[in-house]
Structure formats: C-alpha cells, structure tokens
Design a protein. Structure first.
Length: 122
C-alpha cells in the first residue's frame, strides 16, 4: 500500500470496517446506509477504492482488513514526518510543541516510550 491518504468520509467508512470486520458486504451496506446515509452502490464504489489501496479485501462477499487501523495510521504518520520534516522526529516534535503544550502526563509517557525504545535497542 502506498497511498496513505483517506478523505474524512473514507476514513469513517474504513473505521466502520475495522470496527466490525470480518463483515459480510450486505451487512456493511446496511451499516453504511445507517451511519453514512449511503446507497448500496456508493458503499461498493468506496469499498472497491479502499481495496485497490490495499486496506481491505472483499472475498466472496466477506470484507476483512489487510492492514490494521493502527498500522495504517502509523504508516500515514511516518509518511507525514518524512514529507513535512525530512524524516526528522525531533523537528516534528519541535513544530508540534510550538503550538500545543504538552501536559506532564504527555511528557512522562513520551519519556517512558523513549526509555523502552532505548532498552530494546541495546
């Protein structure tokens, strides 16, 4: 999968699949109608697009994820840092913290993550 971008509606649709997978395509159509107001044809059009992006598979009317939500957002975040900050996580954090302050809990969690990462890479 190389395209890590989803529009707001595609993201909501993907979330519906991730929350319910594996799911029958007929049930997905019902959920899409209830939650997004979509017709069956719209559901299948967007599903096809997301299958082509490598997120999901529709095999014999059963839809399942090829990549987890966490993995998708991880790859998308990594690509954003690569594109916007030349892959520099410190540059991203500097930019992020200029407009948003970190709570003491945020800082503690980041420190813990860094400590665990350091210990795992010895």
């Amino acid at each position: 999968m190389t395209d890590y971008q989803l529009g707001a509606v595609e993201s909501r649709f993907a979330d519906i699949i991730w929350e319910n997978e594996p799911i029958a395509s007929a049930e997905l159509c019902k959920l899409s109608e209830n939650e997004l107001g979509w017709k069956k044809s719209t559901t299948y059009t967007v599903l096809k697009r997301l299958c082509e992006k490598g997120l999901f598979a529709n095999d014999k009317g059963r839809v399942c994820a090829l990549i987890s939500r966490e993995e998708f957002y991880s790859r998308r975040s990594e690509r954003f840092v690569d594109d916007a900050f030349k892959g520099s996580l410190p540059a991203f954090l500097t930019a992020f913290t200029k407009s948003k302050s970190l709570s003491a809990d945020d800082i503690a969690e980041i420190k813990k993550m860094l400590d665990e990462y350091s210990e795992g890479n010895k």
